[in-house]
Design a protein around this ligand. Structure first.
Ligand code: ADP
Ligand code: MG
Length: 582
């Protein structure tokens, strides 16, 4: 706990000035609030009995003083309201920056086991709970304790008996508020969960709207949605019940305190132990000791939620990115692209079974290599080891003779271009999306890359050309068009090593040809790994590796492998007969 609290405190550090001035004004404001009724008491107790001309004179000065105090109280409240929230917002922004930055560093192995929705809620819901606590917590405690202790001390010095009667209600209030506050906060949390469920269902359903419609399943989606919607209303109903009980109950208890103080006060007055001004003073102070009770009770719940949110936040931050630069990692500016696999074995984190078993492979710089084989044998896996998306379990991969684990990760990845089957385009224009490959590229360079990728023409056919917004048009781009944008990105990046992972597998014959042409143009003079489903597309490869469960089973050119009449020849014949290609 101590270690975690220290980390929590660290977020206050940049805002020490704000924090301490917030505390100062909180204390000052609470003190002023406590003093004001004392002045009223002075007026009713003393000033009214002054000689007439003194009364006028004194009350004017007291009026000025009270006016000043009210302004001061206003200033304090304004300061803690404005700067306190600002401090909270800045701390929230810092935490969000830290967790987003950490997300950026975490590796594929982490994302393989996470849902984006869950990661998102850490950033939204948990941070909300944390900053509520960070900002309001210290302030509420200080103000409440000052008001509670201060009003008790003041009232006790005026009349001990009446004070005990009034404060006898405090434990009842604590119990009542504690019970309903906890219920209420839990209910609020459930409301937020229900809303999150609804949002993720909306997202899921709209992202898959084409599937929904193709199965004519709109009614089923509607039903699923309505169930979520009903659960939301049911959850809200519960929270309103608790909220009603909490608010009206505490309102009633506060009024009850007033009634009891009045009845007891008047009885004490009749017995001559309480003066009328004492009774007025008590009535003026009632809010000063009932409000803090509510705030302190609220704080305990806020603390629990905020602190458990903070623990979940730390849990993510404590996941060390397992792939990162070594201390003495070497910079490699431009690689030639000679790649060696030496005895490489690999298994994914969640299993012990090797996907790759003692793979040895030498690829000369500039070679055009093809990887073929049944699905699930590890073709994609081999290729994700080269940019160190995953770390080899055994053996080593070297590029230009340097172990990739000894290179700076950014340098390594800057030297590799990847074109996959699924293209991800970010929100923004076509120009921005291509420029993602080289953020400082000029417009001319972007256009040149698009021309090389056979994308310029279709881009120019849009009314807004390169300024076309992908967010609005993304869906209207065909698979082949999206693929050409992703190839343009890689042209711009201009890396010496390329990986095409089933880049054309999802395309129809016509667009496959156009894309294939731009891929071949891109591959010129670069070390290229092509994973291909359709064997016709790799006929020209310098070397074809046939991967099966037993590892690299065959190797050679298209002609050599056909002649060998093994696995490759079988695959080829099968595709030929089916007429998938050729
Ligand atoms: P290919 O590209 O040849 O179709 P992959 O390299 O994608 O094959 O997969 C090889 C094996 O590794 C498969 O059995 C697959 O289920 C498994 N696999 C792939 N990706 C992951 C992952 N991220 N986590 C765990 N297992 C994986
Ligand atoms: Mg694959």
């Amino acid at each position: 706990m101590g270690e975690k609290l220290k980390k929590l405190a660290a977020y206050y550090k940049p805002y020490k000035g704000l924090f301490f001035s917030d505390m100062f004004f909180a204390i000052l404001g609470a003190a002023v609030t406590l003093i004001l009724p004392l002045i009223v008491r002075y007026i009713t107790n003393e000033v009214v009995y002054f000689p007439a001309e003194d009364v006028l004179h004194t009350i004017t000065w007291i009026g000025v003083l009270m006016f000043g105090l009210v302004i001061l109280e206003f200033g304090c409240n304004y300061f803690i309201g404005y700067y306190g929230h600002l401090m909270g917002a800045k701390m929230e922004a810092d935490m969000r920056r830290d967790i987003f930055g950490h997300y950026q560093k975490l590796t594929f192995a982490f994302y393989d086991n996470q849902k984006v929705g869950g990661l998102l809620s850490r950033i939204t819901s948990d941070l909300f709970d944390i900053t509520e606590l960070l900002h309001h917590g210290p302030e509420d405690i200080v103000i409440s304790i000052i008001k509670l202790v201060g009003s008790f001390a003041i009232l006790f010095s005026i009349n001990a008996k009446l004070t005990l009667v009034a404060f006898a209600f405090i434990p009842v209030m604590i119990l009542y508020a504690g019970y309903y506050n906890r219920k209420m906060k839990r209910a609020f949390k459930r409301n937020r969960e229900k809303i999150a469920d609804i949002n993720s269902q909306i997202e899921d359903s709209l992202s898959g709207i084409r599937v929904v419609k193709s199965f004519a399943n709109e009614k089923i989606e509607m039903k699923k949605f309505q169930d979520g919607n009903d659960r939301f209303v049911a959850a809200k109903k519960i929270s309103y019940r608790y909220m009603g009980a909490y608010n009206s109950g505490l309102g009633a208890l506060t009024t009850l305190v007033t009634v009891v103080v009045l009845i007891a006060g008047v009885r004490f007055m009749a017995a001559g132990t309480v003066a009328v001004t004492d009774l007025i003073t008590f009535l003026l102070y009632i809010n000063n000791f009932t409000e803090p009770v509510k705030k302190l009770v609220n704080f305990t719940e806020q603390f629990q939620n905020g602190y458990s949110g903070f623990e979940r936040f730390l849990e993510i931050l404590s996941i060390a990115p397992d792939i990162k630069d070594k201390e003495d990692a070497v910079s490699v500016d431009h690689l030639e692209g000679k790649i060696e696999f030496e005895n490489v074995s690999f298994h994914y984190e969640d299993s012990t079974e090797n996907v790759l078993d003692h793979i040895n492979l030498d690829v000369e710089a500039g070679d055009y290599m093809a990887l073929v084989g049944p699905s699930g044998v590890g073709k994609t896996t081999i290729c994700s080891l080269i940019p160190r998306f995953y770390e080899v379990s055994e053996g080593a991969i070297r590029i230009d003779g340097i172990d990739i684990r000894d290179m700076k990760l950014d340098d390594l990845r800057n030297n590799i271009g990847i074109v996959q089957q699924d293209v991800y385009l970010f929100a923004g224009t076509i120009m921005e999306n291509i420029r993602y490959g080289k953020p400082d590229a000029t417009d001319e360079e972007v256009v040149m890359a698009a021309r090389n990728a056979n994308a310029h023409e279709f881009i120019m056919s849009f009314p807004e050309g390169y300024d076309t917004d992908i967010g609005q048009r993304g869906v209207k781009l065909s698979g082949g068009q999206k693929q050409r944008l992703s190839i343009a990105r890689v042209f711009l990046k201009n890396p010496p090593i390329l990986i095409f992972d089933e880049a054309t597998s999802a395309l129809d014959n016509e667009s496959e040809k156009v894309v294939q042409q731009s891929l071949e143009r891109l591959a010129k003079n670069r070390t290229t790994f092509v994973i291909a489903h359709r064997l016709s597309t790799i006929r020209n490869a310098k070397r074809i590796l046939v991967l099966t469960e037993n590892g690299i089973e065959e190797e050679g050119t298209h002609e050599q492998l056909l002649e060998k009449d093994g696995v490759y020849a079988d695959l080829y014949q099968m595709q030929f007969r089916k007429g998938i290609e050729c």
